[in-house]
Design a protein around this ligand. Structure first.
Ligand code: CO
Length: 166
């Protein structure tokens, strides 16, 4: 089911999400809705927080690989990448954010099994962006400079090309 994505000034985007005690059918149904909602919006990633659900669950799709993760934790981060980023919860804006170039994330997959995801470039950026959502942080909080925040047409090529719509 496609759900509504909360946007910028909604206070629920600022809530710190709690850990999932167990990956059960309810969590899997949430993951399904998140994937459907993300793909419908042509996003690269989505956090449960963006649907108003304060559970530590994220999904992302990079290089045709789909990730559905509960309780994701950043175990390692190295290097730096600076680039433009967007967010389905901040439609119509992109801005420059510095992120680690490579990360290792520990999480539970949709079967409740512990997995470690090694990501670099776009996947690393998406994972960091989504984990931030779980802590109530938006990319606009982390701009390299406020001057880099640019208004773009929603769904425009500029928005899509420059940014990770996550
Ligand atoms: Co986002």
């Amino acid at each position: 089911m496609i759900r509504e994505i909360l946007t910028r000034d909604n206070p629920r985007l600022r809530v710190k999400a709690v850990r999932v005690p167990k990956v059960d059918d309810g969590v899997r149904a949430l993951m399904d809705d998140m994937v459907e909602t993300m793909l419908n919006s042509e996003g690269v990633g989505l956090a449960a927080t963006q649907l108003g659900v304060s559970l530590r669950v994220i999904v992302c799709k990079v290089d045709n690989q789909l990730y559905q993760l509960a309780n994701p934790e950043l175990m390692r981060a190295s290097g730096e990448q600076i680039g433009y980023e967007g967010c389905l919860s901040v439609p119509g804006y992109i801005g420059e954010v510095a992120r680690a170039e490579k990360v290792v994330v520990k999480a539970l997959n949709r079967h409740g099994k512990e997995v470690r995801i090694k990501g670099e470039d776009l996947l690393a950026r998406a994972l960091q962006h989504e984990i931030d959502h779980l802590d109530g942080i938006l990319f606009v909080d982390k701009l390299t400079s406020i001057d880099t925040l640019k208004e773009v047409e929603v769904g425009s090529e500029e928005e899509e090309a420059a940014a990770v719509a996550v």
